[in-house]
Design a protein around this ligand. Structure first.
Ligand code: ATP
Ligand code: MG
Length: 422
């Protein structure tokens, strides 16, 4: 039997990788324009890091982590998200001491969830984190970045922004009490999942996908009545920037997010085009996290976007330019005993015209079969080198996307021709 990949861990085939690169380059470019710098940290960390950062009673830590004992008996986990590792790396390397940092990272994350469209066990995120800044201005900047990115990718019409404020952890403790009191009185109306959460993580009930539970919540106490003056002002100022920058948003008082570490601002960009997995980007402020992980107190705010979901959306909306899948400009056909000359000519052309993507045919074969390959490659021009041309120092030029007849030119003139054409 052939060995298969692990369920929910997909291969990324060359056909799809062009779109991924297109997306990743667009993000890196936008982030660069806001002076964010890339940070890289390991995929494996101590399990304890995620327990402390994400929270013991979250879905991630309770049932989704890939944890194992390594050969020394240490409990390690594949990262289920990036913020914990990013904070650990920054603290350990002294990046947060009296400084601000604007950072981003990308890579695989691992969660043992039920695989479905837009939900995988190995998935990929691009994460952005800003440290050392307390005000709503930096929260707003992160949202401006995402809004610009959606515009760049031409998906801005398909995503909407939802925001909320979670207040401080003291505010949430008071609210949690009120919510638990309200829901305990209606215990038998809750589904099993929500009943379980009532004792472990009651705020997550607000997140429930069950319409009956959502209906019940209509009369529940609202978090916004519990948040303190400072959080309220912070939130109002954030909204004011969004208004001034013409970024539409919806205040969703039930947006609580699945991780424990958030405070004040939380947000999600959602789309209706991907079915149940509609959140393409999510984040918020986490002022207590650095201290919780043993660092000196340092405010932070960030978000992560799911690459698979964004790629699905790009495909769904057909907004990726055709040129993105196009990888060959010129195809050099080499017929007969001319391999050496062909490779040398190809090298010269690559040196002369660095922006041109040139595929040199290898492996021989008839003229007909090679021209077929040239055509299939998507190249605009086939250069033809057979034994006659090789002897004469010439090359045939065939325009594959134009109805003109083949011509023969000196090899020394090819550079000029390519520079002119591309
Ligand atoms: P969801 O509610 O969809 O499970 P989440 O709140 O668990 O999302 P976050 O931890 O906030 O997700 O991760 C940020 C983003 O990463 C999500 O908005 C989504 O785009 C993506 N993401 C999260 N989990 C997965 C997954 N299992 N497969 C693919 N993408 C994911
Ligand atoms: Mg989840």
């Amino acid at each position: 039997m052939k060995i298969q990949s692990i369920r929910g861990m997909n291969d990324l085939l060359p056909e799809q990788s062009a779109t991924w690169q297109y997306l990743e380059r667009a993000v890196a470019d936008v982030l660069g324009r806001y002076s964010y710098r890339e940070i890289r940290f390991p995929i494996l960390e101590q399990t304890e890091l995620f327990k402390r950062a994400v929270g013991e009673v979250t879905d991630i830590v309770e049932k989704e982590m890939y944890s194992f004992e390594d050969r020394n008996g240490d409990s390690l986990s594949l990262r289920p998200e990036g913020t914990a590792g990013c904070v650990r790396a920054c603290t350990q390397n002294g990046l947060l001491h009296n400084q601000t940092q604007r950072l981003w990272y990308t890579g695989p994350m691992f969660r043992h969830e039920r695989p479905q469209k837009g939900r995988l066990r190995q998935f990929h995120q691009i994460g952005v984190e800003a440290f050392g800044l307390t005000g709503p201005d930096i929260d707003a900047e992160l949202l401006l970045i995402t809004a610009r990115l959606w515009k760049t990718l031409k998906i801005d019409h398909a995503v909407t922004l939802q925001i909320n404020s979670l207040g401080t952890s003291a505010d949430r403790a008071k609210y949690r009490e009120a919510l638990v009191e309200f829901l305990t009185a209606r215990h038998e109306q809750l589904d099993e999942d929500s009943q379980r959460r009532l004792t472990s993580n009651p705020m997550r009930i607000l997140d429930s996908k069950n319409p009956d539970v959502q209906a019940l919540l209509n009369d529940a106490p609202s978090l916004k009545d519990f948040i303190d003056e400072e959080s309220r002002t912070h939130f109002e100022q954030l909204c004011a920037v969004l208004d001034a920058a013409n970024i539409p948003y919806e205040i969703n008082p039930r947006l609580v997010r699945g991780l424990d570490y958030y405070s004040k601002t939380v947000f999600e960009w959602v789309t209706t085009h991907l079915g149940a997995q509609g959140t393409v980007c999510a984040g918020g402020r986490y002022d207590g996290l650095v201290e919780q992980l043993g660092g000196k107190p340092c405010p932070g705010v960030g978000f992560a976007m799911g690459i698979e979901r964004l790629v699905l959306l790009l495909d769904e909306l057909a907004v990726v330019p055709d040129s993105v899948g196009q990888t060959v400009d010129v195809y050099l056909v080499a017929v007969g005993d001319v391999e050496q000359q062909a490779l040398v000519l190809a090298e010269k052309l690559r040196s002369d015209c660095p922006s041109i993507r040139l595929e040199c045919h290898c492996g021989g074969g008839s003229f007909k079969s090679q021209i077929k390959k040239a055509d299939k490659s998507g190249a605009a021009i086939a250069l033809i080198l057979a034994e006659d041309e090789a002897k004469a120092g010439t090359v045939g030029v065939k325009y594959l996307r134009k109805d003109t007849s083949q011509e023969t030119i000196a090899q020394t003139d090819v550079t000029e021709l390519l520079k002119h054409h591309f």
